[in-house]
Write a protein that binds this ligand. Structure first.
Ligand code: ITT
Length: 216
């Protein structure tokens, strides 16, 4: 009987909140998950793209190439209608390079002060790209990785007037998904994991990975 090694898959993000959500969804697949923290000398990818897809692809390709491991890159952001879709692809840099999640949400609420009369509609977007090789994980990586799948998910909602709840990460304490009164900071991981932008992108990614694992 031939032994088929488990595919190694790099969770190519430095964001601990994303790591948790990706881990949670992928845990039932026969994969060996690897993390950027295992590669302290790895170069951080510059997000020079103008779209979530371009940046997810940049991250997946660069981290797969640097490590020789198939990689999932995630680029995501929050689009507020009253701000013409900002902060959008610049969501991580909103408030400056060294801003914390709390600094970013506080800045967003400050910028939104003149718009507090009606509902402040918004959406989270998440794009996940898979970069890899069409062969078993044990073969030497002599060629450059290629993008084999890209999946996008959207979650509509509105911005809360003040942060509520301590669950999740990033902008979660000020985002109320459509159909709920609570923020993602208050809702359980299971609820966020069933309807979020990342849950939708991951559901498609899981489908792709299931096929990929069968074929390789
Ligand atoms: P990596 O590039 O290493 O993946 P990052 O945090 O820089 O990590 P992005 O460039 O995709 O990731 O920036 C996304 C921003 O949007 C960042 O500030 C996140 O905290 C925020 N964000 C993304 N998904 C979110 C979610 O599900 N809930 C709350 N905030 C989220």
């Amino acid at each position: 009987m031939t032994f088929k090694p488990r595919l190694e898959l790099l969770i190519a993000t430095h964001n601990a909140g994303k790591v948790r959500e990706l881990q949670q969804t992928l845990r039932e697949l026969p994969l060996t998950l690897r993390y950027l923290a295992e590669f302290p000398d790895i170069s951080t990818v510059e997000e020079t793209g103008n779209t979530y897809e371009a940046n997810a692809i940049l991250k997946a390709l660069s981290y797969a190439e640097q490590t020789g491991i198939c990689a999932l890159g995630d680029d995501s952001g929050l689009e507020v209608d009253a701000l013409g879709g900002k902060p959008g692809v610049l969501s991580a840099r909103f408030g400056g390079e060294n801003a914390s999640d709390q600094n970013r949400t506080e800045k967003l609420l400050r910028v939104l002060l003149p718009h507090r009369k009606g509902e402040i509609t918004a959406r989270f977007i998440c794009c996940i790209a898979f970069a890899g090789w069409q062969s078993s994980s044990t073969e030497p990586r002599t060629t450059k990785p290629r993008i084999l799948n890209v999946s996008t998910g959207t979650c509509e909602g509105a911005i809360a007037l003040e942060p509520r709840g301590t669950k999740g990460f990033g902008y979660d304490p000020i985002f109320i998904p459509s159909g709920y009164n609570e923020t993602f900071g208050e809702l359980s991981e299971d609820v966020k994991g069933s309807l979020s932008h990342r849950a939708k992108a991951l559901s498609a990614t899981r489908g792709f990975l299931t096929q990929f694992l069968r074929a390789t």
